[in-house]
Design a binder for this molecule. Sequence first.
Ligand SMILES: [Zn+2]
Length: 452
Amino acid sequence: MPAKGDDESPTATKVSSKGQVYPAGRIDALFSAIDARRDALVETTVGLLKIPTFNPPGNNYLEICDHILARLRPAGFECIKLRAEDAPGDSEATPRWNIIARREGARPGPCVHFNGHTDIVALGEGWTKDPFGADIEGDRIYGRGSCDMKGGLAAAIIAAEAFIEICPDFAGAIEISGTADEETGGFGGVAWLAEKGYFSPNKVDHVIIPEPLNKDRICLGHRGVWWAEIETKGHIAHGSMPFLGDCAVRHMGAVLAEMEEKLFPALGMRQTAMPVVPPPARQSTLNINAIHGGLAEPEDGYTGFPSALVPDRCVITIDRRYLIEEDPADVKAEIDTLMRRVQQQRDGFEYEIRDLFEVHPIMTSAESPIAATVATAIEAVLGDRPEFVVSPGTYDQKHIDRIGRLRNCIAYGPGILELAHQPDEWVGISDMMDSAKVMAHALMGLLADRDQ
Ligand SMILES: [Zn+2]
């Protein structure tokens, strides 16, 4: 918290991120307006948590958009709901609904946009709390999506409302969006909206994505990602005479052995200057997401035995995360070279590499207007300069950058990164309150002190 004494003198002033001067009382009033909304913040978070928006398949997107609309329209936001009808996964059963809420200021100026994804991932094992009960224990609210990222979305809503109350004369506009599908790539959410121009620099000037990166850190971007399938090919035969066939699983075994021996050590040597957190992610990594070969696993309840077959195909899905210092073409060529090496050692070995998708690494400058403004706000609220970090995985900033061509975007929000997607996920109420103050302070820096 900032030193209280500074603001109590009627002549005290504060310097904004742009070197302009605020009337000091206004910041105190802003923080008090957020303190007064603690219950509203909890209620908003709880309301969002009680709607199970599992993705996949993409449940209850319309319900959560309507819930956000009912929350924001009375606060003076104009709301539009948009369905990404042509997006992957959209159907009558699971329509991809998004909402954009916009509050105009008193005069022209820039638009600050808060973007929160509304979808959540599967529960997994290990829950001891009700994932949709939104139980409150001490400073924590438990529930799937509390940390990632309904708590962040609630904090942005409270920040905007408090700011509008204290600075009704603000310039420009505030937008808050609730978007679909982030957890499966964002194609029915931010990517779709960006295609339609909702994240273009002529519409939006500053974007904050309140993903859970911890309240004292600003996330500037992410590593690159390349997903691909690698298939080894064999020849089917009776399992009692494997010499008449060609086992695709053994070929894949050789591929994996080559990866263990050569690829993984080489990736581990490659370090980035990007401030990725956690630090072990400051290197190139590769995960083997899945492996399938031979007969499919039997259906639940099947009690018979498998048949005797030499597998004629084996497929792995790889998830290669790469660094801003790496050329994406080299990343792919490295895998192809590895496969060719294996090919030279094995008779009749054939393979195929199929691209699934790729996202290039991005990193907004720490000096960009939004990063610098939020850094100033964090210092004002928490008393320390923030840490600038980069995410190990991608998030919706990729679409705002590549499709929207809007570089002035960061992720900043409450919630502890490591709790995302875990059982008994929770978000801290005091962390949300502090983050809301940071967001509101940033709004003041970007919208309130213009032309004054
Ligand atoms: Zn998230």
